[in-house]
Design a protein around this ligand. Structure first.
Ligand SMILES: *Cc1c(COP(=O)(O)O)cnc(C)c1O
Length: 188
């Protein structure tokens, strides 16, 4: 209770429930969310924080004292409208979640494993084919996923959920690719 706990809920709209439900019981809790993911506004640089009046006051005091470049007006107007348009928000996040669930099935059928995803991306690893090989092949097809050359991540690909059409292009390519892939230097 003598520290401030910040919960980063960048992906909460693709999952739930939010830690905001804990706010009434904890005045040292700050829940932060962004408009960059579920509200499709990456680059606009909007987010918000939910917390007790004392915590929010402390944030505002610091902001007005040290940060003379607070969020610009067009961004504030766009953000306000985005929150008001509940129907569009519900529609787009439902689409992502539906496509994500369908994608999990397709990845599993193609021999990929992944930690279960409650976000707008899936971190997949193939049972035979190295992630690096898949990444390079996809890039040649102009299909872009993320590859991290880092310990524990370098045999995985981070695939963001796109439209159904985009995911189908990916799966059509992967179907052929993993079927035909053979380790290099094995000519039998
Ligand atoms: C995207 C993201 C954020 C916030 O992104 P901004 O564009 O800076 O608002 C915060 N935390 C995590 C884990 C994220 O993935």
């Amino acid at each position: 209770q003598d520290v401030i706990v910040i919960v980063d809920e960048a992906y909460i709209d693709f999952a739930g429930p939010s830690a905001r439900e804990l706010l009434p019981g904890y005045d040292n809790l700050l829940v932060v969310q962004t408009f960059s993911k579920s509200r499709s506004m990456a680059g606009v640089r909007i987010g918000f924080a939910l917390g007790s009046p004392a915590l929010i006051k402390a944030l505002n005091d610091v902001k007005y004292a040290y940060n003379s470049y607070t969020m610009n007006l067009p961004s504030q107007i766009a953000g306000t409208q985005a929150v008001k348009d509940r129907a569009y928000f519900e529609e787009t996040r439902a689409k992502i979640m539906t496509t994500r669930e369908r994608s999990k099935k397709r990845f599993a059928e193609l021999g990929f494993t992944f930690p279960d995803s409650m976000t707008n991306f899936i971190l997949v690893t193939h049972e035979r084919v190295p992630a690096r090989a898949i990444f390079d092949a996809l890039k040649k097809e102009q299909i872009y996923v993320r590859y991290f050359n880092a310990p524990r991540l370098d045999n995985s690909l981070r695939v963001s959920i796109g439209t159904d059409e985009e995911m189908d292009v990916l799966f059509r390519f992967l179907e052929q690719y993993v079927k035909e892939w053979k380790p290099a230097g094995n000519s039998e």
